[in-house]
Design a protein around this ligand. Structure first.
Ligand SMILES: O=C(O)CCC(=O)C(=O)O
Length: 323
């Protein structure tokens, strides 16, 4: 009888010449990938990244948007991927809790579109979050089924084309947050017009792709992560180009601007967070208290999930419609 070997071959790291090789390498469970060449902004390798400064921003609604004051932010640019900007978690603990709650409770609500719409799992206009907690804990199967929600111009996963007939309101807070981030980085004309909220479980991946549905690909794209950590891969214009791997933790923001705006990227692995920056909340303002019961449920959800807010401008500046 043949003895089954536990050993599985994987390409050596130096052979990771193309995006798809790196994706396969970091996705592997057995054997698990060696993480030592991943760019970790907690210990930035200055041959690969450089620190950048911001445009002076006189707007003072940092706290309302859950952000630390600007002088506490660390912002880097990747030397090997021009235009790729990384902001190390600029959120307060209150900010993390508030944004996580918005993602699970508000952004998953109608009229936003959800992957669940195609499966008739929710009754007319029933909210996913509320439907989840109608059932006893052991029957909360719906909780793991949400994969994405869209708002603004709804992303069409089949045609990859936006349409004036498939458009709802963007969250005002999400517009304010991304427009403030944009001004701070010197992209003063940015307008948030479409968002995908990606909900990942611990075994989820997101295949390599480019985001090219928007008419305006000169405007930056904002990608904000909460919850569990991830390995994020970013390459060049083609699948054949090599890729860099980055660690993304809760609160981290990636901005794809200039030539990186059309680069291949994807998420080969979700990793358990070593620290939970959403946990240690000391209430700075009693008026903005988080509802304890809601937070308790959201905290339990995020202990097994990662959420990514992906915000884009669709139209050219001055344009008011697609066609
Ligand atoms: O989850 C992420 O970090 C990236 C998401 C993404 O690439 C997308 O929604 O197009």
């Amino acid at each position: 009888m043949a003895i089954k070997s536990e050993y599985k071959w994987r390409p050596p790291r130096f052979k990771l010449k193309m995006f798809k090789d790196s994706f396969k390498y970091y996705k592997s469970r057995n054997p698990p990938p060696d993480l030592k060449n991943i760019i970790d902004f907690n210990h930035p390798n200055l041959s690969k990244v450089r620190k950048i400064s911001t445009v002076e921003n006189k707007v003072h609604n940092w706290e309302k948007l859950g952000l630390k004051p600007l002088n506490k932010w660390n912002i880097y640019e990747l030397i090997t991927v021009p235009g790729l900007i990384y902001i190390e978690n600029p959120f307060t603990e209150f900010g993390q809790q508030n944004w996580i709650l918005k993602c699970v409770k508000d952004f998953s609500r109608k009229p936003n579109k959800l992957n669940l719409d195609a499966h008739s799992l929710l009754h007319d206009n029933e909210s996913w979050w509320e439907a989840c907690f109608k059932e006893p804990k052991s029957e909360q199967k719906l909780l793991t089924k949400l994969r994405w929600a869209t708002q603004g111009y709804h992303h069409n996963w089949d045609t990859k084309h936006y349409s004036e007939d498939s458009k709802t309101e963007m969250s005002k807070d999400l517009c304010d947050l991304t427009e403030l981030l944009a001004t701070t980085l010197g992209f003063s004309e940015f307008k948030a017009e479409a968002a995908i909220v990606n909900y990942y479980r611990m075994n989820s991946t997101l295949a390599g792709h480019t985001d090219h549905s928007e008419i305006n690909v000169e405007a930056p794209l904002f990608s904000i992560s909460f919850g569990q950590s991830a390995i994020f891969l970013i390459g060049g214009r083609s699948q054949q180009d090599p890729a860099e791997a980055l660690f993304l933790r809760s609160g981290d923001i990636v901005v794809m601007s200039k030539s990186s705006r059309l680069s291949y990227h994807g998420v080969p692995k979700i990793l358990r967070a070593e620290i939970q920056p959403w946990e240690y909340y000391e209430n700075p303002n009693p008026d903005s208290r988080i509802n304890e019961e809601d937070w308790c449920k959201a905290k339990s959800y995020i202990s097994e999930a990662r959420i990514n807010l992906n915000v884009r401008q669709v139209l050219k500046s001055g344009q008011s419609k697609l066609y």
